[in-house]
Design a binder for this molecule. Structure first.
Ligand SMILES: [Mg+2]
Length: 211
């Protein structure tokens, strides 16, 4: 059993100085990765206002995170976005990233939604990873095989996954950090990077899964 140093995490006031280490066998078991939105795919801030009488909501996403999600997809891992806040911005981002599963549930019944996804695709909770940052994520973090929290997680979320605390905050590269760590632990990162780079060096557009 590996001993992990105590971390000072919680509430974003401190961050883990060291990136988490995913055991290779656990990393290789993962077939589905889910992401919370606010505080994970974003820094938690929202821009909300009325423009010509119409309510508009904007969020800021990280482009390097997006490429991390693409790399997970290239590895054949199913991806999902699971949020308790319903917004058009999330629908657009999910579509742009080509994520497989999008759940926007205002009542934040996230675990129920993830169980359904698992049943539909024959994926067990122990084969799932999930990135969260706050209370609506706690039930999911307790249930999945690989629970992960971002550096800005609240104390309650952090306690559920302290062993796998990312060094980066939500909306600031946490998702990219996770994707790289997971694929490196599986021994797949270098090959996928090469596949991506090769696909961009071709004169014709690549076929297949390299979007
Ligand atoms: Mg959140």
């Amino acid at each position: 059993m590996t001993a992990f140093p105590p971390l000072l995490g919680g509430n974003g006031t401190t961050t883990s100085a060291r990136a988490p280490v995913f055991p290779a066998d656990l990393a290789r078991r993962i077939r589905w990765v889910g992401f919370d939105v606010d505080g994970v795919l974003t820094d938690g801030g929202i821009y909300l206002g009325d423009v010509v009488g119409r309510r508009l909501e904007f969020k800021r996403y990280d482009i390097q995170d997006g490429l991390g999600i693409l790399m997970l997809r290239m590895a054949g891992i199913r991806t999902g976005i699971v949020t308790g806040r319903v917004s058009e911005s999330v629908r657009l981002r999910a579509e742009e990233l080509g994520v497989d599963d999008l759940v926007q549930d205002a009542r934040a019944m996230k675990l129920r939604a993830i169980r359904r996804i698992g049943e539909e695709h024959g994926i067990g909770l122990d084969e799932m990873a999930y990135l969260g940052d706050d209370l609506p994520d706690v039930a999911v973090l307790r249930a999945v095989g690989l629970p992960v929290v971002v550096a800005n997680a609240t104390d309650d979320a952090w306690r559920e996954a302290r062993r796998f605390t990312l060094t980066r905050g939500g909306g600031r590269g946490a998702v990219r950090e996770f994707a790289e760590l997971l694929l490196k632990a599986r021994g797949e990162w270098d090959a996928i990077v090469e596949r991506y780079v090769s696909s961009r060096a071709m004169d014709v557009e690549p076929e297949g899964v390299v979007p």
